[in-house]
Design a protein around this ligand. Sequence first.
Ligand SMILES: Cc1cc2nc3c(=O)[nH]c(=O)nc-3n(C[C@H](O)[C@H](O)[C@H](O)COP(=O)(O)OP(=O)(O)OC[C@H]3O[C@@H](n4cnc5c(N)ncnc54)[C@H](O)[C@@H]3O)c2cc1C
Length: 348
Amino acid sequence: MVKLQGLEDLLQSQLKQHVKKIDEEAYYPREFLLQLGKSGYFQSEGLDYSEVLLREARVVEETAKVCMTTAFNIWCHLASLTYIRATDNMYLKNNLLPLLESGELLGATGLSNPMKYYAGLEKLHLQARRVDGGYTISGTLPAVSNLGRDHWFGIIASIDNNQRIMAYVQGNVERLVFKEKLGYLGLNGSATYACQFDDVFIPDDWVIAEQADSFVEKIRPAFVLYQIPLGFGVTGASIQSIDKVCSRQAGCNKYLAVQSDELSEELQQLRSQLEHYITQTDLREQWKGLLNVRLQTVHLTSKATHACMLHQGSAGYLKCSPPSRRLRESYFFVNLTPTVRHLGKMLS
Ligand SMILES: Cc1cc2nc3c(=O)[nH]c(=O)nc-3n(C[C@H](O)[C@H](O)[C@H](O)COP(=O)(O)OP(=O)(O)OC[C@H]3O[C@@H](n4cnc5c(N)ncnc54)[C@H](O)[C@@H]3O)c2cc1C
């Protein structure tokens, strides 16, 4: 049984009042994210991996009902956490994992470009050079979210055509330049920065995997899995919003093509599929199935946010109304790696 006691209270008392500021003023909900960790929602000790995944997926979903930007920040943290849970590097496991799981440290991920690289979409942006005691890294990542100087994030860099390494980088390391990225249609409260590495020294203690190619196969199912509930939450909130206005104008909304019961049914089917995959012993074997659920969830989320705009009418058409915020945020879900076209390629 997934334990989520107190989460709803936390969302109502510590996140809800900030949602407008997150959306309109690029406010980054750092305290809320840390509070989730302090409340035990990222602890893995004594639990089966499937219990951890189920609970964390629900945390993402419940948060996305209130604010998808914040839920995306949680996804960044969970992707990061996945790398450190899976590494054989005992320095990272002993020193950083407890902090990441207890709300003392926030994590991020710069793996979009590597995910595209492994799917044959683009070249790796970062290069690594072996030096005494570690590596130096050069190149630029166009966007890393949930970032701060005291946060850590995962990267992959190529040494040559035959080897790539994965490392964990502290935001305040020398010769790493952050450039804040704003002006997006949504998601501006995601603390997103372009990261320019200019011969940044990474000690051996920070190397997650010397053989990134095989390590990625281990972590990518959870990377994608944790994204799916972003769409579930936004869809769930859209359904609630549609139901709220069903009796307006003498129930005229019943003439609209997409109704909430159809959306609920599709959501339930996808949730059952996700829960089925989570409870399987080796997630690597569920890779294609997870990609398929991820793709279907994108389409359902787009359908639900669009339908909600129609049901809400001019109330939804206000620039920062919850339906229009969700519509804007849903376009990010479409463009989050693996994007719809990237998913299409991997499933072909
Ligand atoms: C708000 C936000 C947060 C993100 N957070 C992360 C993160 O935490 N970690 C991570 O690894 N990735 C992150 N990404 C990247 C994201 O996951 C996807 O990789 C990206 O949105 C996919 O876009 P794309 O396929 O168009 O490829 P892109 O990588 O965006 O670019 C494809 C091509 O378009 C060009 N291009 C990109 N932007 C522009 C522009 N403004 N004008 C003209 N040309 C352009 C690029 O140079 C490239 O040639 C983030 C992106 C956004 C928008």
